[in-house]
Design a protein around this ligand. Structure first.
Ligand SMILES: NC(=O)C1=CN([C@@H]2O[C@H](COP(=O)(O)OP(=O)(O)OC[C@H]3O[C@@H](n4cnc5c(N)ncnc54)[C@H](O)[C@@H]3O)[C@@H](O)[C@H]2O)C=CC1
Ligand SMILES: N[C@@H](CC=O)C(=O)O
Ligand code: NA
Length: 438
């Protein structure tokens, strides 16, 4: 059988890795796919880099539209990123009847519904394993491996850059800006790294997993996003004293009245496996009613780890292109006509445990006032820690409170009242806490 022809758009970190691994493992990949997979044309801004990475047999162009319009291309691989030219290219490729493989989580999380509908109409597949947790085959696990289950929740460390920053700051005491620069140098960060550190990238990935887990359309605009840029070193230290690690965690959970979809710095008991996922590594915990808790772990970013997922999709699409088109795996795991209308819950209605830190006057009665406000709001305290605010000043103290499960709007109401107390200085720090019991 003739080789399947790939057109590559973007030969940067991931595109370069994809070209390199496709060449290096060509024979092994062909044995798995049933036919060779060959890049025939590649577009990139830097033509020399594209030539160097793809080799002399590949036509190199600067205009990516030439790739998607090329009559001999069977599969378009979009590795440019963003939602302007990338969206145009993907829609054009679909209109031209070509399958698409992309690592672009922003594109899928924001425009996936439209893209999948067009692909469905044209009978082509859009595959996006590399878009979530880089090299970890978690889309495959959710869409195919766990189809017997009613998924209850997913919790994931799904931004390599943020996890790398948190780990290096904690272990080596390095400054935020220095570690971010290193993550950029290593090719982990997005073109605009605010996407990484403000939780957008994790939100994109969580949105995609939530859709596949619960059979709902992608709804990134309803996700609650909080990143790591405002995290205070004091809270990392106190969390450690209480037996927790702080991770940028994406959580999506099925509730009776809808779906929680949220990303925030979150305390996790340090004895949990996922609390020990460090550096650029990602991990996704999935709780299914039949299987219980399963965890998927591996590199969440970088050239060849991400290429591993891109090429796995290329092999899948090659197999599908050779098989009965009626028997394709649905884009969002559920048949398009069977997607559910479950609402995404506003953050006010989320239920979780909380870590609260306040700067308090160290005198009798202050704790009693705080405890009363929490009790009145139906918030029960799990544990409490008091430390002198500074070594020089023993008239003020940091009070740290861990709560049991509570509703976010009740917590916010109580914090407004606590902040109004004369004995409390400034804003109360509020972080979410997940026990992640299987
Ligand atoms: N870097 C990583 O570890 C991961 C990246 N991704 C995603 O993969 C995609 C690509 O990311 P990277 O490879 O890191 O980005 P990159 O910036 O290294 O590569 C993008 C490439 O596209 C080319 N390009 C930009 N505009 C173009 C245009 N109009 N026409 C032709 N070429 C153009 C650039 O020259 C560059 O070589 C993004 O969607 C990103 O979110 C996904 C998982 C991991
Ligand atoms: N910028 C992303 C790259 C992979 O998706 C990350 O840091 O995880
Ligand atoms: Na993946």
């Amino acid at each position: 059988m003739r080789a399947i022809h790939v057109g590559l758009c973007g030969v940067g970190t991931v595109g370069g890795g994809t070209a390199a691994v496709l060449k290096r493992n060509a024979e092994e990949i062909a044995r798995r796919a049933g036919r060779p997979i060959k890049i025939i044309i590649a577009a990139n801004r830097d033509l020399d880099r594209a030539r160097e990475m793809c080799g002399p047999d590949v036509e190199i162009v600067s205009d990516a539209l030439k790739v998607v319009n090329h009559p001999d291309v069977d599969i378009v691989v979009e590795l440019i990123g963003g939602t302007t030219i990338a969206k145009e290219l993907v829609l054009k490729a679909i209109a031209n009847g070509k399958h698409v493989v992309t690592a672009n989580k922003k594109l899928i999380a924001e425009y996936g519904n439209e893209i999948f509908e067009r692909a469905q109409e044209k009978g082509v597949t859009v595959a996006f394993e590399a878009a979530v947790a880089g090299g970890i085959p978690v889309i495959k696990a959710l869409r195919e491996g766990l189809t017997a289950n009613r998924i209850e929740w997913i919790a994931g460390i799904i931004n390599g850059t943020s996890n790398f920053i948190l780990t290096e700051m904690r272990d080596k005491g390095l400054a935020f800006a220095d570690v971010l620069a290193e993550a950029q140098r290593l090719g982990y960060a997005e073109a605009d790294p605010t996407f990484d550190i403000e939780g957008h990238d994790a939100g994109h990935k969580l949105t995609i997993m939530s859709a596949i887990a619960f059979g709902i359309p992608v709804q990134f605009d309803k996700a609650y996003l909080e990143g790591i840029s405002k995290l205070d070193a004091a809270d990392i230290k106190y969390a450690g004293e209480l037996g927790y690690r702080i991770k940028l965690l994406g959580v999506t959970r099925r509730r009776e009245n809808g779906i929680e979809l949220r990303v925030a710095p979150t305390l996790i008991p340090h004895k949990r496996l996922i609390a020990n996922v460090d550096g650029v590594m990602n991990a996704v915990l999935v709780k299914g009613d039949a299987v219980g808790a399963t965890m998927y772990y591996g590199p969440g970013a970088g050239a060849e780890p991400t290429a591993s997922a891109v090429i796995a999709d290329l092999v899948d699409v090659t197999r599908l292109a050779t098989a009965d088109p009626e028997n394709r795996v649905p884009h969002l795991a559920f048949q398009p006509s069977a997607l559910a209308n479950l609402p995404i819950l506003p953050i006010d209605e989320v239920e979780t445990c909380y870590y609260l830190r306040m700067d308090a006057e160290d005198r009798p009665g202050v704790l009693a006032d705080v405890s009363r406000i929490l009790a009145d709001a139906n918030i029960s305290v799990e544990s409490m820690l008091q430390r002198p605010a500074t070594e020089q000043n023993d008239s003020r103290a940091d009070i740290i409170i861990l709560t049991h499960q509570a509703v976010e709007k009740n917590v916010n109401g109580a914090l407004t009242k606590i902040e109004a107390l004369g004995s409390i200085n400034g804003k109360v720090v509020k972080l979410r806490l997940e026990h992640l019991n299987g």
